[in-house]
Design a binder for this molecule. Structure first.
Ligand code: SAM
Ligand code: DTB
Ligand code: SF4
Length: 317
């Protein structure tokens, strides 16, 4: 049964369940809704990098911090299509294009993005975009061009949000998510752990996601990539068991959503990733690069799947 009335207390109770019981429950829910051996892959491409006016404390692309990320304007269509085709050849079913914008502005840049969406969608891949805040008309234009999903993260609990971002509000994030829904685009929405937040904030984020009706179709759980130059460069790493518990709770409260093991996999052991899959994670980002930071890459991921006797999902929706 899919519920939208989870309370913070219920999530805490789940989270504190003895590990074997929590894992059993998460696995039971996972097996009712998905094949436990199948993992979906998405490939990211930063189509417009750096120089972002927002001050997100984790982000290498914010203009507020000196991180050495090389900026570029919207990439040409032939370059993007070549990357999308290569991702498709390697088995990704979704291609996600990211832009370091606070919000989408109508005009030349957005027109170019629309053309990129059209092009990638014609390849038969699920197109995802993450472009910042969006109004209803812009969402409708994306949908019309073939955009399948829109990524817009809540990042953390409403209470902790102000510690991480001051240039926009939680409510503005929720507004964009509503505009995406209205346009009939599926929602990809999750957050980041390891930003100095408490367990309550991590569960507060999951409660906020689980209260959405419908649930986000995909839920990226990022483990902070600590980037030199950002205010969070020296944050304490996340305890792997805490992380696995969080994945299990996400799986239980959002039984039909893809739970995506997102940023931070280069800092996870194979054993930790295996536990995440057991806890119900069933999607990853493929390829050597996320948006601007490294990711394990094809060879490593194939070897991991082989060791675990698991396989990648081959078809797009
Ligand atoms: N500018 C748009 C936005 O913020 O929605 C789209 C791109 S933004 C880079 C997409 C997401 O990447 C953020 O919401 C955040 O959750 C994640 N992210 C960015 N930097 C990260 C980092 N260092 N570690 C983990 N996740 C990160
Ligand atoms: C998401 O939740 N994680 C992805 C995707 N959505 C856009 C981005 C992770 C970015 C990690 C830092 C970087 O590579 O710049
Ligand atoms: Fe800009 Fe997105 Fe990075 Fe925030 S997360 S600084 S909005 S690119």
């Amino acid at each position: 049964m899919v519920r939208h009335d989870w309370t913070a207390e219920q999530l805490t109770e789940l989270y504190q369940t003895p590990f074997p019981d929590l894992m059993f429950r998460a696995q039971s829910v996972h097996r009712e809704n998905f094949s436990p051996t199948e993992v979906q892959r998405s490939t990211l491409l930063s189509v417009k990098t750096g120089g972002c006016p927002e001050d997100c404390a984790y982000c290498p692309q914010s203009a507020h911090y000196d991180t050495g990320v090389e900026r570029h304007k919207v990439l040409p269509k032939d370059v993007v299509l070549a990357q999308a085709k290569s991702a498709q050849r390697e088995g990704s079913t979704r291609f996600c294009m990211g832009a370091a914008w606070r919000e989408v502005k109508d005009g030349k840049d957005f027109d170019e993005i629309i053309e990129l969406v059209r092009g990638v969608s014609e390849l038969g891949m699920e197109v995802c975009c993450t472009l910042g805040m969006l109004n209803e008309e812009q969402a409708a234009r994306l949908k019309d061009a073939g955009c399948y999903a829109y990524n817009h993260n809540l990042d953390t609990s409403p209470e902790y949000y102000g510690e991480i971002i001051t240039t926009r509000t939680y409510e503005q994030r929720l507004d964009t998510l509503r505009n995406v829904r209205k346009a009939g685009i599926t929602v990809c929405c999750g957050g980041i752990v390891g930003m100095g937040e408490g367990t309550d904030d991590r569960l507060g984020l999951l409660a906020e996601l689980a209260r959405q009706d419908p649930h986000p179709e995909s839920v990226p759980i990022n483990m902070l990539v600590r980037v030199d130059g950002t205010p969070l460069e020296n944050e304490t790493p996340v305890d792997p068991i805490d992380f696995v518990r969080l994945i299990a709770v996400a799986r239980i409260v959002m039984p039909k959503s893809y739970v995506r093991l997102s940023a931070g996999r280069t800092d996870m052991s194979d054993e930790m990733q295996a536990l995440c899959f057991l806890a119900g994670a069933n999607s990853i980002f493929a390829g050597e690069k996320l948006l601007t930071t490294p990711n394990p890459g094809e060879t490593h991921d194939r070897a991991l799947m082989k060791k675990l006797g698991m396989r990648f999902r081959e078809e797009a929706h």
